[in-house]
Design a protein around this ligand. Sequence first.
Ligand SMILES: [Zn+2]
Length: 488
Amino acid sequence: MENGIFSRNCVTDFPTITYPTQQSLITGTYTGNYRKELCHGVPLSDWMGRDIAPPKLRCYASKDLQIYKMNEDLGRNCQTILETLQDSGNTSSIVQFINRGADYIFPENKIKLAFYYLLLSRKRFFLNLIALANTMIVQKLLENFKKPKKYFGNNEPPICSHLLFFTSDILCHAFGYDNKYYKLNLIHIDKQIGILISELDKMGYLDDTAIAITADHGNYRAGKTGSLTNFFEHNGLTHYHTRKNLKGNVNLCGFTGVGFFNFKGASSHKYGWSHPTINELKKYGPKRINLLESLFKIEESYLMYYRDTNNTYDKGIIHLKRKDKTTGNIILGTIEYRGTGNNYKTKYIDEDDNNDIFGYSNDDIASKLIDNRFHSINEWLKGTSHLDYPMYPDLIPRHFKNPRSSDIIISTDGNIVFNYEHKKKKMDYSYNHDIGLRKCAIVPLIIGGSKEIPHQEIPYCKTTDIVPTLLKMIGKKPHKSVIGESLT
Ligand SMILES: [Zn+2]
Protein backbone atom coordinates (compact mmCIF):
# COMPACT_ATOMS: atom_id res chain seq x y z
CA MET A 1 0.00 0.00 0.00
CA GLU A 2 2.86 2.39 0.76
CA ASN A 3 4.51 1.81 -2.62
CA GLY A 4 1.81 0.71 -5.04
CA ILE A 5 -1.76 1.41 -6.05
CA PHE A 6 -4.42 1.31 -3.38
CA SER A 7 -8.06 2.22 -2.84
CA ARG A 8 -10.17 2.39 0.31
CA ASN A 9 -13.28 2.51 -1.84
CA CYS A 10 -13.47 -0.52 -4.09
CA VAL A 11 -17.08 -1.54 -4.86
CA THR A 12 -17.85 -5.26 -4.96
CA ASP A 13 -20.80 -6.96 -6.71
CA PHE A 14 -24.50 -7.37 -5.94
CA PRO A 15 -25.40 -9.24 -3.82
CA THR A 16 -22.44 -9.05 -1.41
CA ILE A 17 -22.26 -12.83 -1.09
CA THR A 18 -19.14 -14.95 -1.78
CA TYR A 19 -20.65 -16.16 -5.07
CA PRO A 20 -21.09 -14.14 -7.34
CA THR A 21 -18.61 -11.58 -5.92
CA GLN A 22 -15.64 -13.92 -6.51
CA GLN A 23 -16.74 -14.83 -10.03
CA SER A 24 -16.87 -11.15 -10.93
CA LEU A 25 -13.48 -10.39 -9.49
CA ILE A 26 -11.81 -13.36 -11.21
CA THR A 27 -13.46 -12.76 -14.61
CA GLY A 28 -13.58 -8.92 -14.62
CA THR A 29 -17.23 -9.06 -15.68
CA TYR A 30 -20.63 -9.31 -13.98
CA THR A 31 -23.52 -11.73 -14.29
CA GLY A 32 -26.38 -11.35 -16.79
CA ASN A 33 -28.13 -13.45 -19.39
CA TYR A 34 -25.18 -15.83 -19.78
CA ARG A 35 -26.59 -17.44 -22.93
CA LYS A 36 -27.04 -14.21 -24.85
CA GLU A 37 -24.59 -11.74 -23.33
CA LEU A 38 -20.87 -11.51 -22.66
CA CYS A 39 -21.03 -12.08 -18.88
CA HIS A 40 -20.78 -14.87 -16.30
CA GLY A 41 -23.64 -17.16 -15.32
CA VAL A 42 -23.51 -17.32 -11.51
CA PRO A 43 -26.08 -15.05 -9.80
CA LEU A 44 -25.92 -16.50 -6.27
CA SER A 45 -24.46 -19.21 -4.04
CA ASP A 46 -27.87 -20.93 -4.16
CA TRP A 47 -30.15 -20.69 -7.17
CA MET A 48 -32.89 -22.48 -9.08
CA GLY A 49 -32.26 -23.84 -12.59
CA ARG A 50 -35.71 -23.02 -13.93
CA ASP A 51 -35.44 -23.99 -17.58
CA ILE A 52 -35.83 -27.73 -16.97
CA ALA A 53 -38.69 -29.68 -15.43
CA PRO A 54 -38.55 -30.29 -12.55
CA PRO A 55 -36.27 -27.32 -11.78
CA LYS A 56 -32.87 -28.02 -10.35
CA LEU A 57 -31.64 -26.53 -7.10
CA ARG A 58 -28.03 -25.42 -7.11
CA CYS A 59 -26.27 -25.15 -3.76
CA TYR A 60 -22.50 -24.73 -3.92
CA ALA A 61 -22.11 -25.56 -0.23
CA SER A 62 -23.99 -28.88 -0.49
CA LYS A 63 -22.45 -32.16 0.62
CA ASP A 64 -22.70 -33.67 -2.88
CA LEU A 65 -19.95 -31.27 -3.96
CA GLN A 66 -21.95 -29.14 -6.38
CA ILE A 67 -19.16 -26.62 -5.92
CA TYR A 68 -17.44 -28.41 -8.82
CA LYS A 69 -20.19 -27.23 -11.14
CA MET A 70 -19.12 -23.63 -10.65
CA ASN A 71 -16.59 -23.57 -13.49
CA GLU A 72 -19.26 -24.92 -15.86
CA ASP A 73 -21.95 -22.57 -14.48
CA LEU A 74 -19.81 -19.55 -15.39
CA GLY A 75 -20.68 -20.29 -19.02
CA ARG A 76 -18.61 -19.79 -22.15
CA ASN A 77 -19.25 -16.05 -22.58
CA CYS A 78 -16.56 -15.03 -20.10
CA GLN A 79 -13.01 -15.99 -19.15
CA THR A 80 -11.18 -16.25 -15.86
CA ILE A 81 -7.92 -14.27 -15.86
CA LEU A 82 -6.13 -17.64 -15.90
CA GLU A 83 -7.90 -18.60 -19.15
CA THR A 84 -6.96 -15.30 -20.76
CA LEU A 85 -3.30 -15.98 -19.95
CA GLN A 86 -3.27 -19.73 -20.52
CA ASP A 87 -1.45 -19.49 -23.85
CA SER A 88 1.04 -16.93 -22.51
CA GLY A 89 2.61 -19.07 -19.79
CA ASN A 90 1.98 -21.32 -16.82
CA THR A 91 -0.95 -20.56 -14.54
CA SER A 92 -1.76 -21.85 -11.08
CA SER A 93 -4.74 -21.80 -8.76
CA ILE A 94 -4.37 -22.40 -5.04
CA VAL A 95 -7.41 -23.43 -2.94
CA GLN A 96 -9.85 -21.66 -5.26
CA PHE A 97 -12.80 -23.44 -6.88
CA ILE A 98 -13.13 -20.93 -9.71
CA ASN A 99 -10.06 -22.24 -11.50
CA ARG A 100 -10.81 -22.62 -15.19
CA GLY A 101 -7.62 -22.16 -17.19
CA ALA A 102 -5.23 -23.24 -14.41
CA ASP A 103 -2.32 -25.49 -15.47
CA TYR A 104 -1.76 -26.43 -11.85
CA ILE A 105 -4.47 -26.71 -9.19
CA PHE A 106 -3.89 -27.23 -5.48
CA PRO A 107 -5.08 -29.47 -3.88
CA GLU A 108 -4.58 -31.72 -6.87
CA ASN A 109 -7.62 -33.76 -6.15
CA LYS A 110 -11.20 -32.66 -5.68
CA ILE A 111 -11.94 -34.68 -2.60
CA LYS A 112 -8.99 -33.20 -0.75
CA LEU A 113 -10.08 -29.67 -1.53
CA ALA A 114 -13.64 -30.37 -0.43
CA PHE A 115 -12.32 -32.01 2.73
CA TYR A 116 -10.47 -28.82 3.51
CA TYR A 117 -13.56 -26.69 3.27
CA LEU A 118 -15.84 -29.13 5.07
CA LEU A 119 -13.43 -29.63 7.93
CA LEU A 120 -12.79 -25.97 8.39
CA SER A 121 -16.33 -24.76 7.97
CA ARG A 122 -17.58 -26.70 11.01
CA LYS A 123 -17.87 -24.66 14.13
CA ARG A 124 -15.60 -27.00 16.08
CA PHE A 125 -12.57 -26.57 13.88
CA PHE A 126 -9.08 -26.33 15.14
CA LEU A 127 -7.33 -23.00 15.14
CA ASN A 128 -3.98 -24.56 14.34
CA LEU A 129 -5.54 -26.04 11.18
CA ILE A 130 -6.65 -22.56 10.17
CA ALA A 131 -3.10 -21.27 10.57
CA LEU A 132 -1.76 -24.27 8.67
CA ALA A 133 -4.17 -23.55 5.79
CA ASN A 134 -2.82 -19.99 5.46
CA THR A 135 0.78 -21.19 5.54
CA MET A 136 0.19 -23.94 3.00
CA ILE A 137 -1.45 -21.59 0.49
CA VAL A 138 1.69 -19.44 0.27
CA GLN A 139 4.13 -22.35 0.49
CA LYS A 140 2.41 -24.11 -2.42
CA LEU A 141 2.74 -21.04 -4.61
CA LEU A 142 6.40 -20.62 -3.67
CA GLU A 143 7.02 -24.25 -4.68
CA ASN A 144 5.53 -23.41 -8.09
CA PHE A 145 8.26 -20.81 -8.46
CA LYS A 146 11.05 -22.97 -7.01
CA LYS A 147 10.32 -26.17 -8.95
CA PRO A 148 8.27 -25.23 -12.03
CA LYS A 149 9.31 -28.42 -13.87
CA LYS A 150 7.62 -30.55 -11.20
CA TYR A 151 4.32 -28.67 -11.47
CA PHE A 152 4.19 -27.51 -15.09
CA GLY A 153 6.55 -29.84 -16.95
CA ASN A 154 8.78 -26.92 -18.02
CA ASN A 155 11.14 -24.48 -16.35
CA GLU A 156 8.98 -21.36 -16.47
CA PRO A 157 7.57 -19.97 -13.19
CA PRO A 158 3.84 -19.16 -13.31
CA ILE A 159 2.84 -16.00 -15.22
CA CYS A 160 -0.38 -15.72 -13.20
CA SER A 161 -1.53 -17.35 -9.97
CA HIS A 162 -4.51 -16.87 -7.77
CA LEU A 163 -4.84 -17.75 -4.11
CA LEU A 164 -7.82 -17.71 -1.80
CA PHE A 165 -7.28 -17.14 1.91
CA PHE A 166 -10.66 -18.57 2.82
CA THR A 167 -10.03 -18.73 6.57
CA SER A 168 -11.05 -15.12 7.28
CA ASP A 169 -14.62 -15.77 6.04
CA ILE A 170 -14.98 -18.90 8.18
CA LEU A 171 -13.71 -17.18 11.32
CA CYS A 172 -15.84 -14.10 10.70
CA HIS A 173 -19.07 -16.11 10.45
CA ALA A 174 -18.20 -18.22 13.47
CA PHE A 175 -16.76 -15.60 15.83
CA GLY A 176 -17.27 -12.17 14.28
CA TYR A 177 -15.10 -9.39 12.91
CA ASP A 178 -14.47 -8.04 16.41
CA ASN A 179 -13.19 -11.31 17.80
CA LYS A 180 -9.53 -11.78 18.68
CA TYR A 181 -9.14 -15.03 16.68
CA TYR A 182 -10.46 -13.26 13.59
CA LYS A 183 -7.99 -10.41 14.06
CA LEU A 184 -5.07 -12.74 14.80
CA ASN A 185 -5.89 -14.66 11.63
CA LEU A 186 -5.72 -11.48 9.55
CA ILE A 187 -2.32 -10.74 11.06
CA HIS A 188 -1.28 -14.29 10.24
CA ILE A 189 -2.39 -13.90 6.60
CA ASP A 190 -0.50 -10.61 6.45
CA LYS A 191 2.58 -12.40 7.72
CA GLN A 192 2.23 -15.07 5.01
CA ILE A 193 2.00 -12.40 2.32
CA GLY A 194 5.19 -10.91 3.79
CA ILE A 195 6.88 -14.30 3.43
CA LEU A 196 5.67 -14.53 -0.17
CA ILE A 197 7.10 -11.10 -0.98
CA SER A 198 10.47 -11.70 0.66
CA GLU A 199 10.88 -15.14 -0.96
CA LEU A 200 9.97 -13.76 -4.41
CA ASP A 201 12.55 -11.03 -3.78
CA LYS A 202 15.23 -13.61 -2.87
CA MET A 203 14.52 -15.56 -6.08
CA GLY A 204 14.73 -12.36 -8.12
CA TYR A 205 11.09 -12.38 -9.27
CA LEU A 206 9.67 -9.51 -7.22
CA ASP A 207 10.67 -6.79 -9.68
CA ASP A 208 8.52 -8.47 -12.36
CA THR A 209 5.58 -9.17 -10.08
CA ALA A 210 2.34 -7.38 -9.28
CA ILE A 211 0.36 -8.65 -6.31
CA ALA A 212 -3.31 -7.62 -6.09
CA ILE A 213 -4.98 -8.10 -2.72
CA THR A 214 -8.68 -7.58 -2.16
CA ALA A 215 -11.76 -9.01 -0.46
CA ASP A 216 -14.98 -10.30 -1.99
CA HIS A 217 -17.23 -8.57 0.57
CA GLY A 218 -17.32 -6.98 4.02
CA ASN A 219 -19.65 -7.95 6.86
CA TYR A 220 -22.13 -6.90 9.57
CA ARG A 221 -23.55 -8.18 12.83
CA ALA A 222 -27.27 -8.79 13.16
CA GLY A 223 -28.98 -8.14 16.48
CA LYS A 224 -31.31 -11.15 16.30
CA THR A 225 -32.38 -14.14 14.24
CA GLY A 226 -35.86 -14.62 12.85
CA SER A 227 -38.11 -17.39 11.54
CA LEU A 228 -40.34 -17.48 8.46
CA THR A 229 -42.35 -20.63 9.22
CA ASN A 230 -45.50 -18.79 10.30
CA PHE A 231 -45.26 -16.40 7.39
CA PHE A 232 -45.23 -19.25 4.87
CA GLU A 233 -48.08 -21.15 6.52
CA HIS A 234 -50.24 -18.08 6.89
CA ASN A 235 -49.86 -17.19 3.20
CA GLY A 236 -50.36 -20.66 1.71
CA LEU A 237 -46.75 -20.91 0.57
CA THR A 238 -45.14 -24.34 0.56
CA HIS A 239 -41.50 -25.05 -0.17
CA TYR A 240 -40.47 -26.68 -3.39
CA HIS A 241 -37.72 -29.15 -2.65
CA THR A 242 -36.29 -31.66 -5.12
CA ARG A 243 -36.21 -34.50 -2.62
CA LYS A 244 -39.27 -33.85 -0.52
CA ASN A 245 -41.84 -31.72 -2.26
CA LEU A 246 -41.93 -31.22 -6.01
CA LYS A 247 -45.36 -29.61 -5.72
CA GLY A 248 -44.30 -26.65 -3.59
CA ASN A 249 -45.04 -23.16 -4.87
CA VAL A 250 -42.07 -21.24 -3.50
CA ASN A 251 -38.35 -21.73 -3.29
CA LEU A 252 -36.52 -19.42 -0.96
CA CYS A 253 -33.05 -20.02 -2.30
CA GLY A 254 -31.39 -17.98 0.42
CA PHE A 255 -32.32 -15.54 3.16
CA THR A 256 -29.88 -14.25 5.71
CA GLY A 257 -30.37 -10.47 5.64
CA VAL A 258 -31.52 -10.48 2.00
CA GLY A 259 -34.11 -12.98 0.73
CA PHE A 260 -34.25 -14.39 -2.82
CA PHE A 261 -37.71 -15.82 -3.58
CA ASN A 262 -38.58 -18.02 -6.56
CA PHE A 263 -42.22 -18.42 -7.58
CA LYS A 264 -43.82 -20.61 -10.22
CA GLY A 265 -45.21 -18.87 -13.30
CA ALA A 266 -48.45 -19.98 -14.99
CA SER A 267 -46.67 -21.13 -18.18
CA SER A 268 -44.51 -23.48 -16.15
CA HIS A 269 -45.84 -26.74 -17.64
CA LYS A 270 -43.59 -26.12 -20.64
CA TYR A 271 -40.41 -24.83 -19.02
CA GLY A 272 -39.97 -26.05 -15.47
CA TRP A 273 -40.61 -22.90 -13.47
CA SER A 274 -41.11 -19.87 -15.71
CA HIS A 275 -40.78 -16.44 -14.15
CA PRO A 276 -44.31 -15.30 -13.16
CA THR A 277 -45.78 -12.10 -14.57
CA ILE A 278 -46.49 -9.17 -12.27
CA ASN A 279 -50.20 -9.96 -12.40
CA GLU A 280 -49.49 -13.52 -11.29
CA LEU A 281 -47.39 -12.23 -8.38
CA LYS A 282 -50.34 -10.09 -7.30
CA LYS A 283 -52.65 -13.09 -6.77
CA TYR A 284 -50.42 -15.98 -6.02
CA GLY A 285 -51.00 -19.45 -4.59
CA PRO A 286 -54.16 -21.03 -3.11
CA LYS A 287 -54.85 -17.91 -1.04
CA ARG A 288 -54.44 -15.55 -4.04
CA ILE A 289 -52.14 -13.30 -2.02
CA ASN A 290 -50.46 -10.18 -3.36
CA LEU A 291 -46.81 -11.06 -2.87
CA LEU A 292 -45.72 -7.55 -3.79
CA GLU A 293 -47.40 -6.35 -0.60
CA SER A 294 -47.41 -9.32 1.73
CA LEU A 295 -43.66 -10.03 1.56
CA PHE A 296 -43.22 -6.72 3.39
CA LYS A 297 -44.91 -8.38 6.39
CA ILE A 298 -41.67 -10.25 6.98
CA GLU A 299 -40.10 -8.82 10.12
CA GLU A 300 -37.75 -5.86 9.50
CA SER A 301 -37.97 -6.19 5.70
CA TYR A 302 -37.81 -2.77 4.08
CA LEU A 303 -36.53 -3.06 0.49
CA MET A 304 -38.13 -5.02 -2.37
CA TYR A 305 -36.91 -5.50 -5.95
CA TYR A 306 -38.64 -7.42 -8.80
CA ARG A 307 -38.50 -7.48 -12.56
CA ASP A 308 -41.15 -6.23 -14.99
CA THR A 309 -43.09 -8.75 -17.07
CA ASN A 310 -41.63 -8.31 -20.55
CA ASN A 311 -37.95 -7.76 -19.78
CA THR A 312 -35.34 -9.00 -22.26
CA TYR A 313 -31.57 -9.19 -21.96
CA ASP A 314 -31.08 -5.74 -23.50
CA LYS A 315 -34.15 -3.81 -22.38
CA GLY A 316 -36.31 -3.82 -19.28
CA ILE A 317 -37.50 -2.40 -16.00
CA ILE A 318 -36.80 -3.39 -12.39
CA HIS A 319 -39.35 -2.22 -9.83
CA LEU A 320 -38.17 -1.01 -6.44
CA LYS A 321 -40.07 -0.46 -3.20
CA ARG A 322 -38.97 0.87 0.17
CA LYS A 323 -41.03 0.72 3.32
CA ASP A 324 -40.38 3.77 5.48
CA LYS A 325 -39.18 2.46 8.83
CA THR A 326 -41.08 5.00 10.91
CA THR A 327 -44.28 5.73 8.98
CA GLY A 328 -44.68 2.40 7.18
CA ASN A 329 -45.36 4.34 3.95
CA ILE A 330 -44.25 2.70 0.72
CA ILE A 331 -41.88 4.65 -1.55
CA LEU A 332 -41.68 3.55 -5.18
CA GLY A 333 -38.90 3.66 -7.74
CA THR A 334 -37.68 1.94 -10.89
CA ILE A 335 -34.47 1.13 -12.70
CA GLU A 336 -34.67 1.02 -16.48
CA TYR A 337 -31.89 -0.69 -18.40
CA ARG A 338 -30.93 -0.94 -22.02
CA GLY A 339 -28.05 -2.34 -24.01
CA THR A 340 -25.57 -5.05 -23.23
CA GLY A 341 -21.79 -5.34 -22.64
CA ASN A 342 -20.08 -1.97 -22.83
CA ASN A 343 -23.26 -0.32 -24.18
CA TYR A 344 -25.29 -1.21 -21.11
CA LYS A 345 -26.75 1.80 -19.27
CA THR A 346 -29.35 2.30 -16.56
CA LYS A 347 -31.78 5.00 -15.53
CA TYR A 348 -32.81 5.31 -11.89
CA ILE A 349 -36.16 6.97 -11.29
CA ASP A 350 -37.71 7.89 -7.95
CA GLU A 351 -41.33 8.79 -7.63
CA ASP A 352 -40.73 11.09 -4.70
CA ASP A 353 -38.06 13.70 -5.35
CA ASN A 354 -36.63 13.88 -1.85
CA ASN A 355 -37.01 10.32 -0.74
CA ASP A 356 -35.57 7.77 -3.16
CA ILE A 357 -35.07 4.06 -2.53
CA PHE A 358 -31.31 4.09 -1.89
CA GLY A 359 -31.06 7.49 -0.20
CA TYR A 360 -29.06 9.05 -3.04
CA SER A 361 -31.26 12.16 -3.13
CA ASN A 362 -29.74 13.37 0.17
CA ASP A 363 -26.29 13.49 -1.42
CA ASP A 364 -25.01 16.37 -3.54
CA ILE A 365 -23.11 14.18 -5.99
CA ALA A 366 -25.40 11.14 -6.25
CA SER A 367 -28.60 13.17 -6.53
CA LYS A 368 -27.35 14.57 -9.87
CA LEU A 369 -27.63 11.06 -11.32
CA ILE A 370 -31.39 10.95 -10.66
CA ASP A 371 -31.97 13.09 -13.75
CA ASN A 372 -34.18 10.88 -15.92
CA ARG A 373 -31.18 9.91 -18.08
CA PHE A 374 -29.30 6.69 -18.68
CA HIS A 375 -25.89 6.35 -17.01
CA SER A 376 -22.94 3.98 -17.43
CA ILE A 377 -21.38 1.87 -14.70
CA ASN A 378 -18.49 4.34 -14.33
CA GLU A 379 -20.91 7.21 -13.80
CA TRP A 380 -22.66 5.23 -11.05
CA LEU A 381 -19.29 4.31 -9.57
CA LYS A 382 -18.11 7.91 -9.46
CA GLY A 383 -21.44 9.20 -8.13
CA THR A 384 -22.28 6.57 -5.47
CA SER A 385 -19.09 4.80 -4.30
CA HIS A 386 -19.07 6.93 -1.12
CA LEU A 387 -22.62 5.86 -0.14
CA ASP A 388 -24.62 2.85 1.00
CA TYR A 389 -25.98 0.77 -1.92
CA PRO A 390 -23.07 1.81 -4.16
CA MET A 391 -23.65 1.22 -7.90
CA TYR A 392 -26.96 -0.55 -7.15
CA PRO A 393 -28.85 1.03 -10.10
CA ASP A 394 -26.27 -0.61 -12.36
CA LEU A 395 -25.80 -3.92 -10.55
CA ILE A 396 -29.39 -4.96 -9.71
CA PRO A 397 -30.62 -5.24 -13.35
CA ARG A 398 -27.51 -7.27 -14.28
CA HIS A 399 -28.52 -9.76 -11.57
CA PHE A 400 -32.16 -9.93 -12.71
CA LYS A 401 -31.11 -10.48 -16.35
CA ASN A 402 -29.71 -13.86 -15.37
CA PRO A 403 -32.55 -16.41 -15.82
CA ARG A 404 -31.16 -18.26 -12.78
CA SER A 405 -31.96 -15.29 -10.52
CA SER A 406 -35.07 -15.17 -8.34
CA ASP A 407 -38.39 -13.32 -8.81
CA ILE A 408 -38.59 -11.09 -5.75
CA ILE A 409 -35.72 -9.91 -3.58
CA ILE A 410 -36.41 -8.65 -0.06
CA SER A 411 -33.81 -6.87 2.04
CA THR A 412 -33.60 -6.04 5.72
CA ASP A 413 -31.12 -3.48 6.99
CA GLY A 414 -29.14 -6.15 8.81
CA ASN A 415 -30.79 -5.96 12.25
CA ILE A 416 -32.20 -9.43 11.75
CA VAL A 417 -31.01 -12.55 9.91
CA PHE A 418 -33.09 -15.59 8.95
CA ASN A 419 -30.35 -18.04 7.89
CA TYR A 420 -32.30 -19.94 5.24
CA GLU A 421 -30.68 -21.82 2.38
CA HIS A 422 -33.20 -23.41 0.00
CA LYS A 423 -35.69 -24.97 2.40
CA LYS A 424 -33.28 -25.65 5.21
CA LYS A 425 -32.60 -23.49 8.20
CA LYS A 426 -28.84 -23.12 8.60
CA MET A 427 -26.84 -22.65 11.74
CA ASP A 428 -27.65 -19.41 13.51
CA TYR A 429 -24.76 -17.16 12.67
CA SER A 430 -25.32 -13.49 13.44
CA TYR A 431 -22.27 -12.31 11.44
CA ASN A 432 -23.14 -12.07 7.76
CA HIS A 433 -22.53 -10.12 4.58
CA ASP A 434 -25.35 -9.80 2.07
CA ILE A 435 -26.90 -6.33 2.55
CA GLY A 436 -25.97 -3.25 0.50
CA LEU A 437 -24.53 -1.06 3.27
CA ARG A 438 -20.97 0.18 2.84
CA LYS A 439 -19.67 -2.19 5.51
CA CYS A 440 -20.60 -5.08 3.16
CA ALA A 441 -20.27 -3.53 -0.29
CA ILE A 442 -16.94 -1.67 -0.02
CA VAL A 443 -13.66 -3.59 0.08
CA PRO A 444 -10.03 -2.48 0.17
CA LEU A 445 -7.74 -2.99 -2.83
CA ILE A 446 -3.94 -3.02 -2.90
CA ILE A 447 -1.77 -3.67 -5.96
CA GLY A 448 1.90 -3.75 -4.98
CA GLY A 449 5.10 -5.67 -5.63
CA SER A 450 7.40 -4.39 -8.40
CA LYS A 451 8.80 -0.89 -7.88
CA GLU A 452 7.57 -0.06 -11.39
CA ILE A 453 3.98 0.05 -10.15
CA PRO A 454 3.10 3.73 -9.69
CA HIS A 455 2.36 4.87 -6.12
CA GLN A 456 -1.16 6.18 -6.22
CA GLU A 457 -4.32 6.31 -4.13
CA ILE A 458 -7.40 5.63 -6.29
CA PRO A 459 -10.46 7.43 -4.84
CA TYR A 460 -12.93 4.78 -6.10
CA CYS A 461 -12.85 1.65 -8.22
CA LYS A 462 -14.61 -1.69 -8.62
CA THR A 463 -13.46 -5.27 -8.12
CA THR A 464 -13.84 -5.95 -11.87
CA ASP A 465 -11.05 -3.40 -12.52
CA ILE A 466 -8.43 -5.77 -11.08
CA VAL A 467 -8.31 -8.17 -14.05
CA PRO A 468 -7.76 -5.49 -16.74
CA THR A 469 -5.24 -3.65 -14.51
CA LEU A 470 -3.10 -6.78 -14.07
CA LEU A 471 -3.38 -7.72 -17.74
CA LYS A 472 -2.29 -4.25 -18.84
CA MET A 473 0.81 -4.47 -16.66
CA ILE A 474 1.99 -7.45 -18.71
CA GLY A 475 0.78 -6.04 -22.01
CA LYS A 476 -2.17 -8.40 -22.55
CA LYS A 477 -5.65 -7.56 -23.75
CA PRO A 478 -8.63 -8.49 -21.58
CA HIS A 479 -11.34 -10.86 -22.88
CA LYS A 480 -14.17 -9.03 -24.68
CA SER A 481 -16.58 -9.71 -21.80
CA VAL A 482 -14.55 -7.63 -19.31
CA ILE A 483 -16.45 -4.63 -17.93
CA GLY A 484 -13.77 -3.33 -15.56
CA GLU A 485 -11.09 -0.90 -16.69
CA SER A 486 -7.38 -0.66 -15.99
CA LEU A 487 -6.55 1.57 -13.00
CA THR A 488 -3.26 2.67 -14.60
ZN1 LIG B 1 -19.20 -15.72 4.06
